[in-house]
Design a protein around this ligand. Sequence first.
Ligand code: ADP
Length: 263
Amino acid sequence: AEEALRQSQKMEAVGQLTGGIAHDFNNLLTGVIGSLDLIQTRVAQGRTGDIGRYIDAAMSSANRAAALTHRLLAFSSRQPLDPKPVDANALVASMEELFRRTARETIRVELRAGQDLWLPLCDPNQLENALLNLVINARDAMPDGGAIAIETANVELDHAYAATQQDVKPGQYVALSVSDTGSGMSDDVLARVFEPFFTTKPIGQGTGLGLSMVYGFVRQSGGHVRITSGIGQGTTVKIFLPRYLGDAVPRDLSATNALATRP
Ligand code: ADP
């Protein structure tokens, strides 16, 4: 199944995010207020012997509420994008070691660099984050080992294709995909993967922010994301970033390793 996330779904996701956060935060606040209320009553009655545990309970709820807002802030105040023409093959190659360390020994990591790759215009740091998130997800989907392929390719999307897709503009894109031979996803999971905080991983292992951050970065860069997945069939996440169509790479950029140099 192919999942095309529509703008309306994105808005729905934002609504669910704020609604969900408000709900959780309110629950925690209720805990703090309840404990403080008990403390106040005890103090008024002069029975302060056991208020320690109510103070602990209030503290614990308040700390969890603080952690919740920190996660939210980390999500919403992403560093501003700093788009540049990027040599995506060089960037991927420079991350190979990190990918291998992220995957376990039972997982094979393969890079497939597209020939004469165009330069995508995007923030290279955010692209690195996105790829790392995708590799982590691929690893987590393969507890018994398997293979991860990271592939780059030039893709031209014509008007006819774009007309069938709400979120796609025709044009030239650089596609970067991360494929795994893991568990795959059911259609129900697939329909929700871009929702902030949606996770099927055990508490403490997943934040549910990985793919929503990937989605946010790619959309802000003028691209789009496609996921192909099926239970038992593995998963491919492909991000399309618009090709840089300027004349030349600015000189101050060409010095950096991750960025392209042109003759
Ligand atoms: P997290 O990884 O913290 O759970 P994500 O937003 O990155 O958050 O992913 C959300 C969910 O999407 C995961 O919990 C998992 O169920 C599913 N998912 C993402 N990538 C894959 C993959 N490569 N294979 C199978 N399931 C995946």
